[in-house]
Design a binder for this molecule. Structure first.
Ligand SMILES: Nc1nc2c(ncn2[C@@H]2O[C@H](COP(=O)(O)OP(=O)(O)OP(=O)(O)O)[C@@H](O)[C@H]2O)c(=O)[nH]1
Ligand SMILES: [Mg+2]
Length: 251
């Protein structure tokens, strides 16, 4: 028990981004699955969602995160990997977003390891590419495959994914068409948004809220599946017992 607490130790502090106060959390030696989100404190009015942002370097992962947290675009963001917590009232319910803003891995081995780590933590993914960087689109294609492959091995139900084509304001430099983005999302059963973190907040908000809706649906599905499994287990137990009782009487 003590060991569990030590392994899950977290460093929390408050940080100011563009004049807005956000809670920043860095978790140390997190136990796999330990921080998977849940309805908090047994309170049905609170809901917590772990969201991981992935994508190639320089596509705007931090810009998207900061836009969502503060509504601002500040231009330069550095390359610190962080988990931010942001709570909001949505439809009368307190929703807490834990957002893992990743840095791009240097090689394939690390990429696999990173995705596995995030699969254990995240309820859903936002995969970001830049519409003027074709290589970044290829990275998202690979990441979708990696996450989808992990279904069944790492997690029983496929985690929801939203694909985001960012930097829409730079359409004169576009190398990835909207159709390509949309088709990839369609083929892999993901949500899709083309947005500009630089130009507006609304698109960013839609992407995060779109993922939140998918996470809620997935959680309801998991609950339903667990409920059905429970019923099957109970029925099997009752009938199994009856059969055994009947055998005992014959003996
Ligand atoms: N024009 C334009 N520039 C953007 C947009 N989003 C981000 N940028 C710029 O792109 C650069 C990279 O943005 P970041 O948010 O740091 O990208 P990142 O994906 O977090 O990068 P790493 O953390 O290094 O992997 C910065 O100079 C941003 O100002 C956008 O929508 N439009
Ligand atoms: Mg970044």
């Amino acid at each position: 028990m003590v060991q569990e607490q030590v392994l899950a130790v977290s460093v929390h502090w408050l940080s100011w981004i563009a004049g807005h106060r956000v809670e920043m959390v860095v978790r140390v030696n997190q136990r796999p699955g330990h921080q998977r989100s849940r309805t908090m404190d047994g309170n049905p009015h609170k809901f917590e969602a772990n969201i991981a942002l992935l994508g190639a370097e320089n596509v705007g992962k931090s810009a998207l995160t900061v836009r969502f947290l503060t509504r601002r675009f500040i231009g330069e963001y550095g390359d610190i990997e962080s988990i931010y917590t942001h709570c909001d009232m949505i439809d009368g319910r307190e929703i807490c977003f834990n957002i893992w803003d990743s840095v791009c891995p240097q090689n394939e081995g690390i990429a696999d390891h990173n995705i596995n780590k995030r699969l254990q933590w995240a309820d859903g993914f936002i995969l970001v590419y830049s519409i003027c960087d074709r290589a970044s689109f290829a990275v998202v294609e690979q990441q979708v495959q990696r996450i989808r492959r992990a279904k069944g091995i790492k997690c029983p139900v496929a985690p929801p994914i939203i694909i985001v084509g960012n930097k829409r304001d730079l359409r004169h430099r576009r190398t990835v068409s909207s159709e390509e983005g949309r088709l990839l999302a369609l083929a892999a059963d993901c949500g899709f948004f083309e947005i500009s973190a630089a130009e507006n907040y609304h698109g960013v908000l839609l992407a995060f809220h779109g993922l939140l809706d998918l996470i809620r649906e997935t959680r309801a599905l998991k609950k339903g599946a667990a409920g059905i499994k429970g019923i099957v287990r109970s029925v099997t137990a009752v009938f199994g017992r009856k059969r055994n009782d009947a055998k005992d009487t014959q003996d």
